[in-house]
Write a protein that binds this ligand. Structure first.
Ligand SMILES: NC(=O)c1ccc[n+]([C@@H]2O[C@H](COP(=O)([O-])OP(=O)(O)OC[C@H]3O[C@@H](n4cnc5c(N)ncnc54)[C@H](OP(=O)(O)O)[C@@H]3O)[C@@H](O)[C@H]2O)c1
Length: 277
């Protein structure tokens, strides 16, 4: 009898990395539970043959429904969770309202956390599992005008590092992916958040924001941009390696900043990072 396929739930499958990884994992023989927060995206994913369900990380009731759906579909046997869904809230730290910063954390950290701890018991019970966190180069290197996103991804990394220690001996691995930049709808979605939440005309940094806006509106790739297949390749390693690494550093900027942070004094790093647009 063939082995049953391993099930993986992915958040944020409407576009970009999540959408690409849903296909890549299915092609690699996994049973993919594809989730998205918008009904139309769920319908599109279902049409593509995925088991698909709504999941909005900002809504605990939506998380509960998705967890129940996952338990039923997998017979309480989820192998892995790919915490992919998130957005970037651009804006200088001094221009971030409390509610705007909170919203960034609601999605990127608190929702991700709630989903994780609600799915985790299935993995612990089975004595095996993988929680794969889609962090970022900005999960360990801070860049100007990205403070909310930086903070949410730094926090995700801290929480994940702690969880990894606490799960030792359970058979459940916690793996952090660090991409960036990757071709997706990320910039387009960040532009919407910038326009909705930053009062740029009143800001001390109004002229900086003009430049920022044209950067966010540009369809040109940032230097060193890779396609989402680079993340899918790392995700497959995280899911298939007998002992996955703690971190997969995916792009050139990630690898470069990692090594530079390790060896350069902070004053040098500040000078370098302050030059990144
Ligand atoms: N692109 C990059 O350069 C880059 C670099 C490093 C890390 N990452 C990380 O990669 C992940 C995927 O981003 P991406 O680049 O593929 O961007 P993307 O195309 O904008 O995809 C983001 C996904 O997250 C979903 N999402 C946002 N808020 C949500 C919520 N409250 N509940 C459920 N889903 C929600 C979006 O759904 P909607 O379509 O409904 O908005 C979309 O499916 C993110 O964690 C991001 O931080 C991206």
């Amino acid at each position: 009898m063939p082995f049953p396929k391993k099930s993986v739930l992915i958040t944020g499958c409407s576009s970009g990395i999540g959408y690409h990884c849903a296909h890549a994992l299915r092609d690699a023989g996994f049973h993919v539970l594809a989730t998205a927060r918008d009904e139309a995206d769920v319908a599109r994913l279902a049409k593509e043959g995925f088991d698909a369900e709504r999941l909005n990380l900002d809504d605990s009731a939506s998380i509960d429904r998705a967890v129940a759906w996952c338990r039923t579909l997998t017979n309480d046997r989820l192998y892995a969770l790919f915490n992919n869904a998130a957005y970037g809230q651009p804006g200088a730290v001094e221009d971030l309202r409390r509610d705007v910063l909170r919203a960034q954390f609601e999605t990127n950290l608190f929702g991700t956390h709630e989903l994780t701890v609600k799915l985790l018991p299935m993995m612990i019970e089975a004595g095996e599992g993988r929680i794969v966190q889609n962090s970022s180069v900005l999960g360990f290197a801070a860049l100007r005008y990205r403070g909310a996103y930086n903070a949410s991804k730094f926090a995700l990394e801290g929480l994940s590092d702690t969880l990894r220690l606490e799960l030792r001996g359970t058979g459940v691995d916690v793996v952090i992916l660090e991409p960036g930049p990757i071709r997706s709808r990320f910039r387009e979605n960040a532009l919407k958040m910038f326009e909705a939440h930053i009062d740029r005309r009143k800001s001390r940094l109004a002229s900086v924001y003009e430049k920022k806006l044209s950067q966010l509106r540009s369809s040109e790739d940032a230097p060193f941009t890779l396609g989402p297949e680079a993340v899918a390749a790392a995700l497959l390693k995280a899911l298939q390696a007998p002992s996955p690494k703690r971190r997969y550093r995916i792009t050139t900027p990630t690898k470069l900043f990692y090594w530079m942070k390790k060896f350069f004094p902070e004053s040098w790093m500040d000078s370098i990072l302050a030059k990144v647009e």
